[in-house]
Design a protein around this ligand. Structure first.
Ligand SMILES: NC(=O)C1=CN([C@@H]2O[C@H](COP(=O)(O)OP(=O)(O)OC[C@H]3O[C@@H](n4cnc5c(N)ncnc54)[C@H](OP(=O)(O)O)[C@@H]3O)[C@@H](O)[C@H]2O)[C@@H](O)CC1
Ligand SMILES: Nc1ncnc2c1ncn2[C@@H]1O[C@H](COP(=O)(O)OP(=O)(O)O)[C@@H](O)[C@H]1O
Ligand SMILES: [K+]
Length: 496
């Protein structure tokens, strides 16, 4: 894949920095120089000129503070009025000396209210309190109190140095006080916390400064970009026919939830697949909406089951059990959604993709002995998606404003492609159908490499989110409109 955005943990970053530091490469100088350029750009955008601009630098005890102080020194030399507020007893001495020599002012954090007022009145606050040395428990002590006082008065424009201070760098946890940023300038590599929920949005816009690091091992979390979709999508070959393109079998809907059958088949039909087979009690409605859908059993390459199915619906339950048997015995890929999550066998393989939202994931974990509720899952989505993968063997697509996918061979994706308007009933059904179509089209490849299921799930989340934007840019969308926007969205992405 071409443009995939990769992130690496604090430990991987530190290990990658080591040989460069040993060779005397001035990493901090490079980081600080790049940071000061981004800050200067932001100041120019916001007020036209650097001269007379006021920047307040919040300085923590470590090298993150060192980066911020050195960047502050460079800005001071270009006519910016720079005030550094030292939030800890310890401070990076080289940075402090540089800032003082450049004419910057330094104050210790003695009177909290004065420091908060100074920060709120600044054109820009540079957050150098904590970087990859943070323990992820939020900002403690004086730094925490200062940030709380600043936020209470009205957060100024904030540029985070490396990561927003207080954020869980490796897991995106957001505990205690975190200083949200408008722009984060991240050094060496991007960090998982910048893309994972719930903290990712604290980073604002993210810019990466290349320091020549070569981290070892696989990236911790990746995010697919638009240009990656073409490599994953099952584009029909010139000599394709409907069976080579793949057939998806859909077990969805009931008399009580008939719409789910229509929306799930809409997702599959609009995503493009050789054929959609429907199994269920509302075939009349499905065929009325989509005359191209074939009703009844037959060979399929992948399954979607669960949307609009209550587990006590005997007919649908029987059909799902039949499909599950195929998934287990023949390795046919599947999307297991909504009502079918309760029917998931104790162990499946990663070719089965479960697609819960946080509440459904908490329930699934509860059935397997984990005492978690929805709020726990929302606080640590990656942790619990991982746990569900370990317990079930399935690829897990955890829906939310940032969708997290955990699959085989350590694959983790975090996709943030959708507008909040997508949080609407039935949107998940469309996603299930769309992903089913993708799995049917790439069924052979998924059987050969089950970690591909995670990449396809991430691609489905990306396409789904973009279709929501396309359906009605900047405004409300109905689930059916998202399905109807899929063909155009896919065409655009394949041309990307
Ligand atoms: N390595 C390199 O070459 C390069 C590194 N670079 C830069 O260095 C940064 C990493 O610097 P770092 O390792 O000094 O850690 P950093 O995040 O500044 O401070 C951590 C200290 O804070 C404390 N602390 C922890 N948790 C806390 C909490 N919740 N609330 C309050 N305090 C807390 C704890 O101190 P303690 O409390 O234990 O005294 C800990 O020691 C990195 O992000 C990048 O900006 C770049 O220049 C490129 C080259
Ligand atoms: N705040 C949000 N921003 C963007 N997308 C969201 C947000 N909340 C939910 N979503 C997406 O909307 C869809 C909702 O699906 P789901 O909860 O299954 O609804 P339903 O079961 O009614 O179809 C998912 O794809 C989810 O990722
Ligand atoms: K920081």
């Amino acid at each position: 894949m071409r443009n995939v955005l990769q992130t690496w943990t604090s430990a991987q970053v530190r290990a990658a920095e080591e040989p460069l530091l040993a060779a005397g490469v001035p990493l901090m100088g490079r980081a600080a120089f790049a940071l000061h350029v981004w800050v200067a750009d932001a100041l120019r955008d916001r007020r036209g000129t650097l001269t007379g601009a006021r920047v307040v630098v919040l300085v923590g005890p470590g090298n993150n503070g060192g980066d911020a102080l050195h960047a502050g020194a460079l800005l001071a030399r270009r006519g910016v009025e720079v005030h550094a507020v030292l939030t800890a007893d310890r401070v990076h001495q080289g940075g402090l000396t540089a800032l003082r020599a450049a004419g910057g002012r330094v104050l210790r954090l003695e009177r909290l209210e004065d420091a908060a007022a100074l920060a709120v009145g600044a054109d820009l606050v540079l957050d150098g309190v904590l970087g990859i040395g943070s323990d992820g428990s939020g900002l403690r002590g004086a730094a925490g109190a200062l940030v709380e006082a600043i936020v209470q008065r009205g957060r100024p424009y904030v540029v985070a140095v490396d990561v927003p201070s207080g954020l869980g760098v490796d897991d995106g946890r957001r505990e205690g006080v975190v200083l949200d940023a408008d722009l984060t300038v991240s050094f060496g590599t991007l960090k998982p916390g910048l893309v994972l929920p719930p903290g990712a949005r604290a980073a604002g816009r993210v810019e990466h400064v290349d320091l020549g690091l070569e981290p070892a091992g696989a990236p911790a979390v990746v995010r697919l970009e638009a240009a990656d979709v073409a490599d994953l999508w099952p584009v029909p070959a010139p000599d394709a026919h409907k069976y080579t393109r793949g057939v998806v079998g859909v077990v969805a809907g009931s008399r009580a939830y008939a719409g789910a059958a229509v929306l799930t088949t809409s997702g599959a039909v609009r995503a493009g697949v050789g054929m959609v087979r429907y199994l269920g009690d509302v075939a009349d409605l499905v065929v009325a909406a989509h005359p191209e859908v074939v009703v009844g059993h037959g060979r399929v390459q992948a399954w979607v089951f669960g949307p609009g199915v209550s587990p006590d619906d005997a007919g649908q339950r029987r059909r799902i059990e039949y499909a599950v048997q195929h998934v287990r015995e023949r390795g046919e890929p599947a999307v297991v959604d909504a009502g079918a999550l309760d029917l998931l066998p104790p162990h499946v393989g990663p070719h089965a993709v479960i697609t819960p939202h946080a509440g459904e994931l908490a329930r699934l974990l509860g059935q397997r002995g984990e005492a978690v509720d929805r709020a726990d899952v929302e606080a640590e989505p990656l942790r619990w998606a991982r746990r569900a993968h370990e317990l079930t063997g399935a690829t897990v697509l955890l829906k939310g404003s940032v969708t997290v996918v955990v699959g085989a061979r350590g694959a983790v994706y975090a996709q943030a492609d959708a507008p909040p308007w997508l949080a609407t009933a039935g949107a998940g059904d469309v996603l299930a159908g769309l992903l089913g179509a993708l799995l049917a089209g790439r069924a052979q490849a998924v059987q050969e490499d089950p970690s591909l299921a995670a990449a396809l799930a991430a691609a489905a989340a990306l396409v789904h989110g973009r279709a929501a934007h396309r359906a009605n840019p900047g405004g409300p969308v109905a689930a059916q409109a998202v399905a109807d926007a899929l063909p155009g969205t896919i065409a655009e992405l394949l041309g990307a």
